[in-house]
Design a protein around this ligand. Structure first.
Ligand code: P6P
Length: 335
């Protein structure tokens, strides 16, 4: 029997943010407004993505990002939209974006927050209609109010995040975020232009049977990773890999599982970036009861040294990540 399809939906994101702010007597509303700015930009991006094929904005832009990777047209569109929304919103003094090699100064020198963001992760999937995502982290600036943002503002450990989240542009569009008091998921209703609370108090299962990894690079994986994959296959777990980090993370958050992007011959420090991919998802994973490491240490404790640094990434159900770490620590014979 289908559930009551007319069941009342949850509260709106705006109302939820306001309710949560009331719980903090000293809250002055800047963080609330910053979250609203991100939600607004995501609605605009959602519209662009849904019409990409019709608007001629699919495919590569012909330019490269700071990583030397081909930018998709929508990468550029998303970067502009988020930068504009955060600048106009007035609550962010500086931004680190995957799409820009330097700190983006918004001009809001009296704003007390900085944002690190991957505006459109997995964008190469857009042309084949596979889900993509936005990943963001919010930190308090360390530099004096009234000054320009500094690199020290950006190179903070993940434990310093005041909020983090992602937007998943999939069969439905969802915004999932945490301010350090649990993880909540909101589903976008385009006909109303609103996000509604659909996944309150999200929890990551302590164990799972799904592993997400690109085995194309298997031959160059660390032996401990090979041993862990052998363990997964001996247990007859399911391999699921979308090629879009937010999608794989979200599924594992809901169903239990592990996502691994290890060091490989091509990416000696791993492919994923610490500041605007791994820290945010590590924050969410821990808030939901999961674990996130670089294979050896907690991701949130890694001291960043550069804006676009990469890290190996093991994130998901606690027992699965711990098993992988155990095998990474043991000397392994060639598998
Ligand atoms: P590969 C997308 O480029 C991304 O950053 C993640 O979203 C995704 O999980 C990973 O890289 C895919 O990388 O090497 O498997 O194609």
């Amino acid at each position: 029997m289908l559930g009551d399809l007319t069941a009342p939906v949850g509260t709106t994101l705006d109302r939820f943010i306001a309710q949560k702010q009331e719980q903090f007597p000293y809250a002055t509303g800047e963080l609330s407004q910053l979250l609203r700015d991100i939600a607004l930009a995501s609605k605009i991006i959602n519209r662009e993505i849904n019409r990409a094929g019709l608007a001629g904005i699919e495919g590569a832009s012909g330019t490269e990002n700071v990583q030397g990777e081909a930018q998709q047209k929508l990468d550029v569109v998303a970067d502009v939209r988020f930068t504009r929304a955060l600048s106009k919103g007035g609550e962010t003094c500086g931004i680190v974006s995957e799409e820009c090699d330097h700190i983006i100064e918004t001009g809001n020198k009296h704003a007390k927050y900085i944002v690190t963001i991957d505006p459109l992760d997995g964008s190469s999937n857009i042309d084949v209609n596979v889900l993509v995502g936005t990943i963001f982290s919010i930190y308090r600036r360390r530099s004096p109010i009234g000054s320009s943002p500094t690199e020290a503002d950006m190179l903070q450990e993940g434990t310093e995040q005041v909020a983090a989240g992602y937007v998943l542009y999939g069969s439905s569009t969802m915004l999932v975020y945490s301010t350090g008091y649990g993880v909540n998921g909101f589903t976008y209703e385009p006909s109303l232009g609103e996000y509604f609370l659909s996944h309150p108090k999200m929890k990551m299962k302590e164990d799972g049977k799904i592993f997400s990894i690109n085995e194309g690079a298997y031959n160059t994986f660390p032996e401990g990773v090979k041993a862990y994959l052998k363990h997964c296959k001996d247990q007859e777990y399911s391999g699921r890999y979308i090629g879009s980090l937010v999608g794989d993370f979200h599924r594992n958050l809901l169903k239990g599982g592990i996502y691994i992007y290890p060091a490989t011959e091509k990416y000696e420090q791993g492919k994923l970036r610490l500041l605007y991919e791994c820290n945010a998802l590590a924050f969410l994973a821990e808030q939901a009861g999961g674990v996130a490491t670089d294979g050896y240490q907690r991701i949130l404790n890694v001291k960043p040294t550069s804006l676009h640094q990469r890290t190996p990434f093991f994130v998901g159900s606690k027992k699965m990540v711990e098993k992988a770490m155990e095998l990474l620590k043991e000397p392994q014979e060639e598998v």
